[in-house]
Design a protein around this ligand. Structure first.
Ligand SMILES: N=c1c2ncn([C@@H]3O[C@H](COP(=O)(O)OP(=O)(O)OP(=O)(O)O)[C@@H](O)[C@H]3O)c2ncn1[C@@H]1O[C@H](COP(=O)(O)O)[C@@H](O)[C@H]1O
Length: 96
């Protein structure tokens, strides 16, 4: 996954956060009655689904569930008023 794809996805998430379109799943996370707990629960569910896919050694499902997990992680960053750059900078500091 390139930075460009992550950046485009994060821009879309920030757009949904700003405009809150009615037909948007992303917007529904920002307006959920459970607040931030809604996306935190999704992160837990997607992590469990990823673990099960890994246990099954199912590469298609591993990719699918990983994408679900990364998407919800980016929604959490946006919800915390953070930037994708915060995550990328943290990863960059770990490179040797
Ligand atoms: N990348 C995603 C993305 N990944 C996952 N999801 C949603 O996250 C939810 C995942 O929850 P579940 O695992 O419970 O879903 P499910 O339907 O039971 O099962 P699977 O998705 O696991 O098959 C589903 O409703 C997915 O549609 C996403 N929804 C949106 N995006 C991106 O966000 C953009 C904007 O979407 P809207 O906010 O809907 O306009 C889209 O164009 C995409 O680029």
């Amino acid at each position: 996954m390139s930075d460009a794809i992550l950046e485009a996805l994060f821009e879309t998430i920030e757009d949904r956060k700003a405009r809150l379109p009615e037909d948007s799943y992303t917007a529904s996370l920002f307006t959920h009655e459970k607040g931030e707990n809604a996306v935190l629960e999704k992160l837990g569910e997607e992590t469990t689904e990823l673990i099960l896919a890994a246990k099954d050694e199912d590469e298609t499902e591993i990719a699918h569930e990983s994408a679900d997990l990364v998407y919800h992680l980016l929604v959490l960053l946006a919800m915390q008023d953070m930037e994708l750059a915060d995550l990328l900078a943290e990863l960059e500091t770990r490179r040797e």
